[in-house]
Design a protein around this ligand. Structure first.
Ligand SMILES: Cc1cc2nc3c(=O)[nH]c(=O)nc-3n(C[C@H](O)[C@H](O)[C@H](O)COP(=O)(O)OP(=O)(O)OC[C@H]3O[C@@H](n4cnc5c(N)ncnc54)[C@H](O)[C@@H]3O)c2cc1C
Length: 320
């Protein structure tokens, strides 16, 4: 690890427009610094700037950026009215990591692509223009949707997939007025600039996430992974489905670890809403999801796996 300066911020204005890399729980950043994938000269610790409360906002909730994943998952309001979020967080990492990991840091966690995390490999994300060793390499965990010739990495987190399904917003402070971005628009596809993973601009700080009013229905987070605990998703499905008189009255869905961002396709929700559930309908939903799916060799299995996982989630939610 390279030497760096360390400063502790005491209030949000210290952090906004700071000429330093922000550190919250440090569970992702410090690992990347040890690997010298990230080499900041200065770290600004934002753990003591407040932003560690979960408060009502309208019919929903505002979760401060420094709320830990453990506190968020355990919050009685979230467990009762937004259980999808609680389930997704608890499916991630380990209790020790969740005790440190924060809402803001979780959203900004970087890909687990082995070539990104290895300084000796070609990686357009780490070193623009150097190539993509994952293309034609060991790409079992990589993207099947929305990838580009420059990058096939995935966003690996669980929490943001639930937030995308719930249509939560990210609140961002910068030098001007605070701005709000849907979680669905916060992360970006790689295109020819995979070094950019989200819409945060230099000097901006995430101050929180807002949850809209609760949606009644079955809240399901299904994470498929290599072992039962302490593993990143090969893929995940987050769903809120409400049935009414044998029909799907409401559907919100998002998918994890299939792309450079949590994947949300409104066409799937439109297709399902108002319909009588059936395996044929679930197949059509998968057809939409996987319309442009492309495997890269070792991750080809994700295409049929996504189909089966979506069908299983819809069957569980609808009782078919
Ligand atoms: C072994 C292991 C297993 C894991 N398994 C999972 C898993 O299964 N599922 C899962 O979802 N995650 C998993 N994780 C990832 C973990 O959830 C993240 O490391 C964690 O959420 C990051 O939060 P943090 O507060 O520690 O971020 P940090 O490491 O402090 O920061 C991460 C990034 O976010 C930026 N940042 C932090 N806060 C802000 C802010 N408020 N505004 C702007 N930028 C900010 C930092 O500058 C940095 O770039 C795992 C991690 C490890 C080490």
């Amino acid at each position: 690890m390279r030497a760096f300066d360390y400063t502790r911020a005491s209030a949000l204005p210290d952090a906004v427009a700071a000429d330093a890399k922000l550190i919250a729980g440090g569970t992702n950043l410090l690992d990347l610094m040890k690997l010298e994938v990230e080499t900041p000269d200065s770290l600004l610790d934002i753990n003591r700037i407040g932003l560690d409360l979960i408060e009502p906002e309208g019919d929903g909730l505002r979760i401060g950026a420094l709320v830990t994943n453990s506190d968020c998952a355990a919050d009685p309001r979230i467990r009762k009215d937004w259980p999808l979020l609680s389930k997704a967080i608890l499916a991630g990492a380990s209790p020790q990591l969740r005790n440190k990991a924060t809402t803001g840091g979780n959203l900004c966690q970087r890909t687990r692509c082995g070539y990104f995390m290895d300084n000796r490999s070609a990686c357009n994300k780490r070193q623009p223009g150097s190539g993509c060793a994952a293309m034609g390499g060991f790409n079992r965990i990589h993207a099947i949707l929305g990838a580009s010739d420059a990058c096939i990495a995935t966003y690996p987190g669980d929490m943001a997939v639930a937030l995308s399904a719930l249509d939560a917003h990210v609140v961002i402070a910068g030098s001007g007025d605070a701005r709000t971005v849907r979680v669905r628009d916060f992360h970006v596809l790689p295109g020819d600039k995979p070094q950019f993973e989200n819409v945060l601009q230099k000097g901006e700080v995430i101050t929180g996430v807002t949850l809209p009013a609760p949606v009644k229905g079955q809240h399901i987070y299904r994470k498929v992974r290599d072992r039962a605990s302490y593993a990143f998703a090969l893929l995940s499905v987050a769903a809120v489905i409400r049935m009414d008189q044998g029909r799907i009255a409401h559907a919100q869905l998002a998918f994890g670890s299939l792309a450079h961002k949590p994947w949300h396709d409104p066409r799937i929700e439109e297709l399902l809403t108002g319909e009588t559930p059936s395996t044929a309908l679930f197949d059509k939903a998968s057809d939409l999801l996987l319309e442009n799916a492309q495997g890269h060799g070792a991750n080809d299995f994700k295409i049929p796996l996504a189909r089966r996982t979506l069908a299983a989630v819809l069957a569980e939610a609808t009782g078919v």
